[in-house]
Design a protein around this ligand. Structure first.
Ligand code: SAH
Length: 399
C-alpha cells in the first residue's frame, strides 16, 4: 500500500477536522513541506499530538487531500474501500430497483466517505471520475473493490486532474466490455444518448434530474420555453414532453445542435417544431429584446465561469445581471428557472441575487420551488460546500 506521512494540523482546527469536516485545507497544515508525493497516506495529529484522523494527500481545487477515517485503529486498505462502496450501493437501493431511471450517481466522493472521486451508473456501465492524482494512486484497490461489489457491463474513467484540474484526454475505457455509443439510458421514462468515451462531458448532468421532472410534470404544459446554456437540450426535451408549445435552446458550442436534435429524436419529438440555436446567450437576449420576444419560461443554467469572444461571465459576479436579462423577456406570470452549480456561495446568497435583480428592474416575484442535489448525490452535513446545486423556480409577477 501507499507510503504514510505524519501531518501536523494547527490546534485551532482540531475541532473542525475531528468533528467531521473532511477536506484538508492549506491553512490548517503546519508541515506543508512534508507533503511530497500525491497518494501518500496521512496520519493527522494536532500540535499537541492529539490524533485527528487518517487520510491521503491529493491536490484538488483548494484542498490538499481528504480525511477518510477518524478511528485510529482503522486501516486505509482494500477492505476499507470495499466497505465504503458496499455502503454506497446500499444507499442507492431504490435507484437500482427503479424501472424508469437507470442513470444515477452511485458514489459521491466525500458524501460517501471518500473525497476525490465519484462513480456514475449508466445502465450497467460505470463511470469513474478521478479528481486528483492522489486518489488515482488508489485506483487498483478501488476498482477491485468495485468489481467485487457490483455487477457491471463495463467500466470507464475520466482523469480530471491536469494542472488546472481539467480533464485529461485519453481512451477512457477501463474494464469489462466496451459499450456501443450512444448508450441509451433512461431517466423518469425519458431517453438520453450518452457517450462515455468522448471527452469530459457525457451528454447529461444527472444532478438536475428532479428539476427536469418538475418542469415536465408541473410547469411546461402550453408554455413557450427558452432554455439558455442548453448543452444537449435536456431541459427542452423534458419541457416538450410536458406539453410545451415550443422550446428554444441556445448554446454557443457547435456540438449542441446535433446533440439536441439527437435527444429530441430519441424521444419521438419533432425537433423541427422547436428552435435550436448555436449562439452566444448574451447575444440572444439582445436579439429577443429587439424583436419583442417574450417567453412563459426562461431557464438559466450557466457554467460557473464562461468566456466567449465578447463576454467573460462568472456566476459569482454576474448572476444578478443574468437574471435581469431573463426578467426582461419573461411574460408577467411566467417562470424563471435559475440554476447554478457554483459551490462558492449558498442558497441564501443566490436568493439575494434574485431579490436584487427584481429590485433593480422595479419588479415583483414569488419563489415557487427550490431544489438542491438529489438523494443519489449524497452529501454530509459537515461539508455544506458539497451540496453545491441551487435551483430556484421564480414566478415573475411583474417587472
Ligand atoms: N443546462 C445544460 C448544461 C449546461 S452546461 C443541461 O441541463 O444539460 C453549460 C453550457 O453552456 C455548455 O454547453 C457551454 O457550451 C454553454 N455556454 C457557455 N458559455 C455560453 C455562452 N456565452 N452562450 C451560450 N452558451 C454558452
Amino acid at each position: 500500500m501507499n507510503k504514510e506521512t505524519m501531518l501536523t494540523i494547527k490546534s485551532k482546527y482540531f475541532n473542525k477536522l475531528k468533528g467531521g469536516y473532511p477536506l484538508l485545507f492549506k491553512e490548517a497544515i503546519v508541515n506543508l513541506n512534508d507533503l511530497k508525493e500525491e497518494g501518500t497516506l496521512l496520519k493527522l495529529v494536532d500540535e499537541q499530538k492529539r490524533f485527528i484522523g487518517k487520510g491521503y494527500y491529493g491536490k484538488q481545487n483548494k484542498g490538499y487531500g481528504w480525511i477518510l477515517t477518524r478511528k485510529e485503529q482503522e486501516k486505509i486498505d482494500y477492505a476499507f474501500f470495499e466497505n465504503q462502496i458496499k455502503k454506497a450501493i446500499e444507499h442507492r437501493k431504490s435507484f437500482f430497483n427503479d424501472h424508469e431511471t437507470n442513470a444515477f450517481r452511485f458514489f459521491n466522493g466525500e458524501g460517501d466517505g471518500i473525497g476525490g472521486f465519484t462513480i456514475d451508473y449508466f445502465d450497467g456501465y460505470l463511470l469513474l471520475n478521478w479528481y486528483s492524482e492522489g486518489i488515482y494512486q488508489f485506483k487498483q484497490p478501488i476498482v477491485e473493490a468495485l468489481q467485487s461489489s457490483i455487477e457491471y457491463k463495463g467500466i470507464y474513467e475520466k482523469k480530471r486532474f491536469d494542472q488546472k484540474g481539467q480533464y485529461i484526454e485519453d481512451d477512457d475505457f477501463l474494464a469489462g466490455e466496451r459499450a456501443q455509443f450512444p448508450l441509451i439510458v433512461k431517466e423518469n421514462g425519458v431517453h438520453f444518448a450518452v457517450y462515455l468515451n468522448d471527452g469530459a462531458m457525457v451528454g447529461v448532468f444527472l444532478d438536475q434530474r428532479g428539476v427536469r421532472k418538475s418542469i415536465r410534470d408541473h410547469h411546461a404544459e402550453g408554455k413557450t420555453v427558452l432554455n439558455t446554456f442548453s448543452y444537449t437540450g435536456a431541459f427542452s426535451v423534458f419541457a416538450a414532453l410536458g406539453g410545451a408549445v415550443k422550446t428554444t435552446s441556445v448554446d454557443l458550442a457547435n456540438r449542441s445542435l446535433n446533440k439536441t436534435i439527437e435527444q429530441f429524436s430519441l424521444n419521438g419529438l419533432d425537433y423541427e417544431a422547436h428552435d435550436i440555436r448555436v449562439m452566444d446567450v448574451f447575444n440572444y437576449f439582445k436579439y429577443a429584446v429587439r424583436n419583442n420576444l417574450k417567453f412563459d419560461m426562461v431557464i438559466l443554467d450557466p457554467p460557473s465561469f464562461a468566456r466567449s469572444k465578447k463576454h467573460r461571465f462568472s456566476v459569482a459576479k454576474d448572476y444578478k445581471d443574468l437574471i435581469k436579462e431573463a426578467i426582461a423577456i419573461t411574460e408577467n406570470g411566467g417562470m424563471i428557472v435559475a440554476s447554478t452549480n457554483f459551490a462558492g456561495f449558498d442558497m441564501k446568497k443566490f436568493k439575494s441575487f434574485v431579490e436584487k435583480a427584481f429590485k433593480e428592474m422595479n419588479g415583483t416575484y414569488k419563489l415557487i420551488e427550490d431544489h438542491s442535489l438529489p438523494a443519489d448525490f449524497k452529501t454530509i452535513r459537515e461539508f455544506p460546500e458539497g451540496d453545491y446545486l441551487k435551483v430556484l423556480f421564480i414566478k415573475k409577477i411583474k417587472g
